[in-house]
Every structure is written in structure tokens, then in C-alpha cells.
Design a protein around this ligand. Sequence first.
Ligand code: ADP
Ligand code: MG
Length: 252
Amino acid sequence: MSEFVTVVPLVSNQPLICVKELVKTYVSGTETLNILQGINFNVEKGCSVAISGQSGSGKSTFLNIIGGLDRLDSGTVEVAGQNISGLCETDLSTYRQRRIGFVFQFHYLLKDFTALENVMLPAYMAGMPKKDALEKAGILLGEMKLGGRLGHFPSQLSGGERQRVAVARAMVNDPDIILADEPTGNLDPRNNAIVAELLFAGAEKWGKTLIVVTHDETIACRAKIRYSLENGLLGPDGASTHTGAPFMEKLP
Ligand code: ADP
Ligand code: MG
């Protein structure tokens, strides 16, 4: 079993997420793409953060590095005092399971499993007894206003409902951090607002730290802190109002 399972206690004045000088480059053919160019980013426990930015600016790359799905080139990412940059694949997998809940633009629900089963599976696979995992999944789906849809398969749910199942699934292992990458990108405005509200309300209720990548103003303005990713750096949101002053790193 991995060493990483020893949960490092969070010192009270320490940010939950502490990113320093994060650099990520992709090489594509002969071209070098400097995607993230020295990002500094601190997030307190329980905070909500919205990140906007043009398509291709590196938002998903940034989220994936924090979530342990992608590797950085240089810099450090510390979560709860643990430097995740140097973890081996096994430890990264444990890190993802214990600390992170993901919500993507596409729901990625398993089509042959019901809503209830889709939500309970990550908990069951993490070792929770089946009865407890089912009970927890039912509670979470109730919170997502899907108490009447537990036995529905993904094909029997609307797009908004599927995303609400995905939100419940992201919460089931009680992660510290929810990373949502354009979670309402495929939804109509009404369902967009419903999913966003349930996502934020759930995060607040259960004390989750939430980072949402979004182009949507109604979602972004719900977050406590807003950033825009531009030219490989995070700055205050609202690139269109940028005055030409240095694009400051704004730490919460
Ligand atoms: P965003 O989420 O802001 O739209 P991404 O983080 O997905 O942007 O991608 C940032 C840039 O990095 C894009 O130009 C994309 O083409 C490039 N990119 C992403 N992943 C890879 C990869 N595995 N190899 C090469 N280039 C990549
Ligand atoms: Mg993206």
C-alpha cells in the first residue's frame, strides 16, 4: 500500500492548494507550446474559484495537473502540505481517489449502470461496504434533486440530470477538492443554472474546495474568487477590461 495514504494534517494557516511557478510545455511536431508559464496559485480550504480563458489557453491542462491527471514540467503543486509533483503513478491514483472529485463537460457515466450504481461505484471501489455506498449515493442523489431517478440509466436521463449524477459521483468519496471542467458546457441555460447551483450549494454544504473552469458568467460570478488564464498566467478575471498594466498574479 502506498505511503501517501497517511493523510497529512492541514496546518490551519496553510492554503489547501499551493501552486508555485508551475510550468507546462507541450511539444507538437517541431513546435513547442508554452502552455503554463510560471503560475502561482493559492486556494484556501472551502473556497470556490472560477477560471475563465480562451479555448486553448491551458485551463484543462491546469486543472488536470492539480488533479493528478497530468504532469508538470517544473514548479510545485502542494495539496494539504503534500507535494504531488513527484508522486509515482500509484500514489497519484491514491491522491485522486482520496482528495479529488472530477466533473467534466461530458458526464462519462457508465451506460449499463443506473444513476444510483454510477454514484456508489467509486465509493465501493474505494473500500466502502456496498450497503453504505448505496445509502450514501442515494443521499447525494437526493441532494441533487434526483431522488426519483435512482433506477434510471443514463440514456433515460436528461442532459442536466446526467450532469447532476456526475456531480453526486464527484462527491461520493468525500474529496477535499472538486475540479469541474466546463461542467455545464453542454447544457441549455436553464439546466446550466440548475447544475451550477447544485454544484456550488453541494460544495458549500459539505465544505469542499471548488475550482470551476467556465465561460459562463452566471457560474463564474457565483465563485468567491475569479481568475482568467491568459498567456500562460493567471490574472484577475475580465481580460477584456485589462488596462495594459502588468498582468498580476492575484493570490487569494
Ligand atoms: P483549454 O482547456 O483552455 O481549452 P487545454 O488545456 O485543453 O486548453 O490545452 C491547451 C493547449 O495545449 C492547446 O493548444 C492544446 O492543443 C494543447 N495540448 C493539450 N494537450 C496536449 C497534448 N497532449 N499534446 C500536445 N498539445 C496539447
Ligand atoms: Mg478545456
